[in-house]
Design a protein around this ligand. Structure first.
Ligand code: EPU
Length: 417
């Protein structure tokens, strides 16, 4: 199994280009199921999760062609199977995003329940509740959600909590429903907006995206479209956190700075000098970072997907920071691994009190999920000596060529067997 070997303690310098967003690419790929016509995507990141989504669509009978430079053409002209099997859903929860599109276009879908997850329970009750409100009959049998409907009809749905993929599933389903659907307490994440813009390019009628009330007027069918996936704001934030922790000066290209307001505010608070352009961000950290507390929240709040990286920064900051996780109940596993590097962290429920230390020391650590891995890599870049990060298959799910990009910034990092 691959591991990452990092020799830390060196500032970062140089520039890198950020990839297309994983969490926009996955729902947008599933949107291809809404039409028999082709969907041509560009800026699709090269990630394990994207390959999983491609296999899932391929198994159903969709054609998936991948070209150079992140180009992908999807066409679900004939769909032989409306099944998302357990084997794929358990490796990637986002597979549940086929439920809304399949049900809306074919009137039936069989999707495995995702089950538990390393970072929390993560139920899909809101997806189910919303589709039922739109007229679907959903039964749970042998671990599968069996959904059926003649034709979905528009409904007013108030989500109990803010859910990103829940909003995406219901928004996709509503595009082909009869009448108008109003989603209240909808997620405002930029990836939801990106999906909506792709659906609009396919002919959907959607208003209010980016706010917490989304209105979808159903249409009979959707057509072909070309769409460019937005840049990955979490990859961007991970590089920014790495530069803030390790010090130095880097430039990130191909980014969307306005999707990173909360992260940029926290990094500035920690002492980083940041200049943003239309599609670039320059960050310089000349001194030891100041301790900055964060509390995760739905967008536009501080992203839970940046929590582990912000904890890594806090481990070497001057002062004490409180890191509070409000989205997932078990997303602090990296704290224990960071302690192996010499970090001073006390967990209190879903908060971590992080007292910054002058130095971390390299050690062997184990990644437990995607963003935990990213946090450990950031910590490894700061730690003196060698850090070996195990189980980096988690990283490959969501970061394209991370070690190459960090290497281009002067980090001593390589993949070992
Ligand atoms: N929730 C429910 N019921 C539901 C749906 C969600 O109780 O029906 C709860 C969850 O258990 C959680 C909270 O609502 O406590 C928010 O979960 P959400 O549904 O928003 O998460 P998600 O859609 O499953 C997406 C991202 C995650 C990211 C979260 C939060 C994708 C493919 N995944 O997950 O990304 O952490 O939103 O922003 O978009 C990652 O990239 O590493 C990752 C985990």
């Amino acid at each position: 199994m691959d591991k990452l070997l990092i020799t830390g303690g060196r500032p970062l310098e140089g520039e890198v280009r950020v990839s297309g967003a994983k969490n926009a690419a996955l729902p947008i790929m599933c949107a291809a199921l809404l039409t028999a016509k082709p969907l041509v995507l560009t800026n699709v990141p090269s990630l394990a999760d994207v390959s999983t989504a491609a296999s899932l669509l391929g198994q159903m009978g969709a054609s998936v062609e991948r070209g150079d430079d992140g180009r992908m053409t999807l066409q679900a002209a004939r769909i032989a199977s409306r099944l998302a099997p357990y084997d794929l859903v358990k490796t990637m929860r986002a597979s549940v995003l086929v439920l809304g599109p399949l049900l809306a276009r074919f009137g039936e879908a069989q999707v495995s329940l995702p089950g538990g997850c390393a970072i929390g329970a993560r139920p899909v009750d809101q997806h189910i509740k919303g589709l039922q409100a739109m007229g679907a009959t959903i039964t749970i049998e042998r671990g599968y959600m069996n959904a059926r409907v003649e034709r979905l009809r528009g409904a007013r749905i108030v989500l109990d909590l803010v859910t990103v993929t829940g909003t995406e599933n219901l928004m996709m389903a509503a595009t082909l429903a009869e009448g108008t659907t109003v989603l209240e307490n909808a997620a405002r994440e930029p990836e939801v907006v990106d999906l909506a813009n792709c659906l609009i390019a396919m002919g959907a009628r959607i208003e209010g995206v980016g706010s917490d009330v989304i209105r979808v007027e159903g249409v009979r069918s959707l057509g072909e479209a070309s769409y460019h996936i937005m840049p990955d704001r979490i990859e961007t934030g991970t590089f920014l956190a790495a530069a803030a922790a390790a010090g130095g000066r880097i430039r990130l290209l191909g980014v969307l700075p306005e999707t990173l307001d909360a992260t940029l505010a926290k990094l500035r608070e920690s002492g980083a000098a940041i200049v943003t352009g239309k599609d670039r961000i320059d960050i310089e950290m000349a001194e030891r970072p100041a301790a900055v507390s964060v509390r995760t929240a739905p967008y536009p709040g501080f992203a839970t997907d940046m929590q582990a990286q912000s904890m890594a920064l806090a481990t070497v900051a001057n002062g004490t920071a409180m890191i509070t996780e409000t989205i997932f109940e078990n997303r602090m596993m990296h704290a224990l691994e960071m302690q192996r590097l010499g970090a001073d962290i006390t967990i209190q429920g879903t908060s971590a009190v992080v007292r910054g230390v002058e130095k971390l020391q390299g050690a062997k650590v184990m990644a437990t999920d995607l963003r935990a891995s990213a946090g450990l890599v950031v910590a490894g870049l700061v730690a003196r000596g060698e850090t070996l990060v195990d189980r980096i298959y988690h990283l490959d799910r969501g970061y394209e060529a991370l070690e190459k990009k960090l290497g281009a910034l002067g980090a001593r990092i390589r993949r070992v067997k």
